[in-house]
Design a protein around this ligand. Structure first.
Ligand code: GTP
Ligand code: MG
Length: 343
């Protein structure tokens, strides 16, 4: 067999990457870490590796935690991770942090807090990984999906994904996960912000953390009123509940773990494992298509073309000359792209 040239791109794997993939399949943690880095950096070899690994994935259950910065997400995640490990599950935690730069303090802080979740005697340690967006916009959903697939393919049965609940990022996490936990805190009028940001809509479980602080019970009651016994039709009429927790004393944490388990059992019973996976894939695919379109459009523009191949400059002239408007031009271009299969 001749070795492939080590170009780092193309449709094949370099010998180095092939070796890494082999070690990954054999359960080598360093190979896992390396692959996650390639994925995070959107390295060309990562795409090839992902295609090869995808058939191995699909079994992991994903639980997402979102909420304002400092709400206590990491604290709760590490407790849930600890409980799961104690129950014998292989657990990985993925912290998607769109704000942290390469070596930001937040990353370090998270690493320290995650170091020692309570674990059973033979339990494997929780695998923890954080990823910063590194200035990419819009790509976080893709990176989350890809890194989740890698961890799933490696054999982790339960994935905990933490993401800051601000803007689109907070909503993306619900798309990537089977169970979404929204963490709120009494201070800073979180209730109103949550309603605005659509966080209530995506929650399967609502948590009022820091219940040692004043205002926790009032917030809980406000949230219960806002929910008004809301049920998720697409999730087998699951009824969202509000829990109170304290990350410091541990109050309410057993109940949180139990509620996550109830939601999972509810989905399995009323939606079914096959449909859970299908719905997750559908959401992921829509996100991935959006991202690919965004990238493809930017590439076309950089090459002086509209995405449908028309030269950009003459079109700009037409718009600037008042012969056409940019709104219709953009809309028609995209419609033509989507119509290509019909003609
Ligand atoms: N008083 C109080 N403090 C808490 C509680 N839970 C967590 N904290 C503290 O709140 C701070 C933030 O907790 P984290 O778990 O890091 O919060 P986070 O949401 O992951 O934060 P980011 O990832 O930075 O957005 C830490 O100092 C925790 O010790 C709680 O129930 N009560
Ligand atoms: Mg955190």
């Amino acid at each position: 067999m001749t070795a492939a040239p080590d170009t780092g791109s193309g449709t094949g794997l370099t010998t180095q990457a092939e070796d890494m993939l082999q070690r990954f399949r054999a359960g080598d943690m360093r190979a896992l870490g390396r692959l996650l880095t390639l994925v995070e950096n959107q390295h060309a070899q990562a795409g090839v590796a992902l295609a090869r690994l995808y058939p191995l994935a699909g079994q992991a259950y994903r639980v997402g935690f979102t909420g304002a910065p400092g709400a206590g997400k990491s604290t709760l995640v590490s407790r849930v991770a600890g409980a799961w490990v104690g129950a014998g599950h292989a657990v990985a935690v993925l912290a998607m942090d769109p704000t942290s730069p390469f070596t930001g303090g937040a990353l370090l802080g998270d690493r320290i807090r995650f170091q020692s979740p309570p674990a059973g005697q033979d339990a494997k340690p929780v695998f923890f990984r954080s990823a910063a967006s590194r200035g990419h916009t819009g790509g976080l959903a893709k990176t989350t999906e890809e890194m989740s697939v890698v961890l799933d393919a490696f054999g982790y049965e339960r994935l905990l994904i933490e993401s800051v609940g601000v803007g689109q990022v907070g909503l993306d996490i619900a798309e990537a996960c089977d169970t979404t936990v929204v963490v709120l805190v009494p201070e800073s009028g979180d209730d109103i912000q949550a309603l605005k940001a659509g966080l209530l809509e995506i929650a399967d479980i609502l948590v009022v953390n820091k219940c040692d602080r004043p205002g926790a019970r009032a917030l809980m009651m406000q949230l219960q009123e806002a929910l008004h016994y809301r049920t998720h039709a697409q999730k087998g009429n699951w009824q969202v509940e509000v829990l109170m927790t304290c990350g410091h004393t541990g109050e309410g944490l057993e109940e949180l773990v139990a509620q996550v388990e109830r939601h999972r059992a509810h989905l399995l019973e009323h939606v079914g494992g096959e449909q859970i996976r299908r719905a997750r894939l559908r959401r992921a695919l829509l996100n991935l298509v959006r991202e690919e379109l965004r990238v493809a459009a930017a590439e076309a523009f950089a090459a002086g073309r509209m995405p449908d191949g028309h030269a950009l400059e003459p079109l700009l002239e037409q718009v600037l000359g008042g012969q056409r408007d940019p709104f219709a031009l953009a809309r028609d271009t995209v419609r033509r792209l989507f119509a290509q299969g019909d003609t």
